[in-house]
Design a protein around this ligand. Structure first.
Ligand SMILES: [Fe+2]
Length: 319
């Protein structure tokens, strides 16, 4: 049975591996890049107007790849109640998640069914101000990939998202983290390297998503020649980052566990749709969570159903 399951899983990766290989051919890569540039140029006139605060965040993302603020400064309605619900979930799940970590699980999160049962947590990510922010930075209509309530145990292990990496979903993307616990240098702060490379091999078509051993070394506190930007802050801290353009990680935690919400945004037709769809919510869950929301919010949430058909036929990768 295990062999069969393994074969089935392997077979499921064939479509996206073919798509990835085709996308790296010179002709297709160049054509997609032209299309992307043209779409962004065309959309420029339709970008939303921004409040000074959101404009400052977009500017920070362009300059450094990351911007730190907090929920009180953002002042989005409902955020206090949302954090109270999410924090209650953390308290309910912490012991079970710690047990999962002891059993060897590398990536810990509160199950999607719990998120589906608490609409305020998911819906927070669709706040019009956050959609404006994402649209302005991406330069295109926004896809909202939902939220993960991530839990990091203070076991010091540099595994999974605690290794330096870039996210693979799109050319640009936004992850918006809301800390649910106080995060200092020892309890797994988000870190980002404000450096340009190395994002691709010399031909520009083979993206690099991890650092090699030689690069992944701190020299005088620098990696890739720059000091990491480390985002420490109390519960309620908000970190907005472009996790596709920039190498980043959750610093391995040693002093205390970390709980945080991670909201995810990319373009409506992302570069690699098969690496998206990460919330674990079903199409039905998403429809139920967005039924009373505006057309713009529903379009952002239901991005997968609106993909061109060939993309919809490719099952998402499990990795
Ligand atoms: Fe990441």
């Amino acid at each position: 049975m295990n062999v069969l399951q393994g074969l089935k899983r392997r077979a499921g990766t064939v479509p996206w591996r073919i798509a990835a290989t085709l996308a790296r051919t010179r002709v297709i890569h160049a054509a997609r890049q032209r299309r992307y540039d043209a779409d962004r140029a065309r959309h420029r006139a339709r970008l939303p107007g921004l409040t000074p605060m959101v404009a400052e965040i977009v500017h920070g993302l362009e300059a450094d790849g990351v911007f730190q603020t907090d929920l009180a400064t953002l002042g989005l309605d409902g955020s206090e109640a949302m954090v109270a619900e999410a924090s209650a979930l953390v308290r309910r799940w912490a012991d079970r998640l710690r047990a999962e970590a002891r059993a060897g699980q590398e990536f810990l999160k509160v199950p999607p069914a719990e998120i589906a049962a608490h609409p305020a947590i998911y819906q927070f990510g669709l706040h019009p101000v956050l959609l404006d922010l994402a649209e302005a930075y991406l330069g295109l209509p926004v896809a909202y990939d939902g939220v993960n309530l991530q839990y990091t145990v203070a076991d010091g292990r540099a595994v999974s998202t605690r290794k330096w990496h870039r996210d693979r979903e799109d050319r640009r993307m936004i992850k918006l983290a809301v800390y649910l616990s106080d995060v200092d240098a020892d309890s797994g702060p988000f870190q980002l390297l404000p450096a340009d490379g190395p994002v691709a091999d010399a031909d520009g078509r083979h993206d690099r998503f991890y650092l090699d051993d030689r690069e992944d070394r701190e020299i005088d506190g620098r990696i890739l020649g720059v000091h990491p930007i480390t985002c420490e802050g109390v519960a309620g801290t908000v970190v907005v980052a472009d996790t596709a353009r920039f190498f980043h990680r959750g610093k391995p935690a040693t002093g205390g566990d970390r709980a945080a919400l991670f909201y995810s945004y990319f373009a409506r037709v992302p570069q690699r749709p098969y690496f998206c769809y990460r919330s674990g919510l079903s199409r039905h869950d998403i429809a139920a969570l967005t039924t009373d929301l505006s057309q713009r919010q529903r379009d952002a949430a239901a991005w997968r159903q609106r993909l061109p058909l060939p993309w919809r036929l490719i099952p998402p990768s499990r990795v």
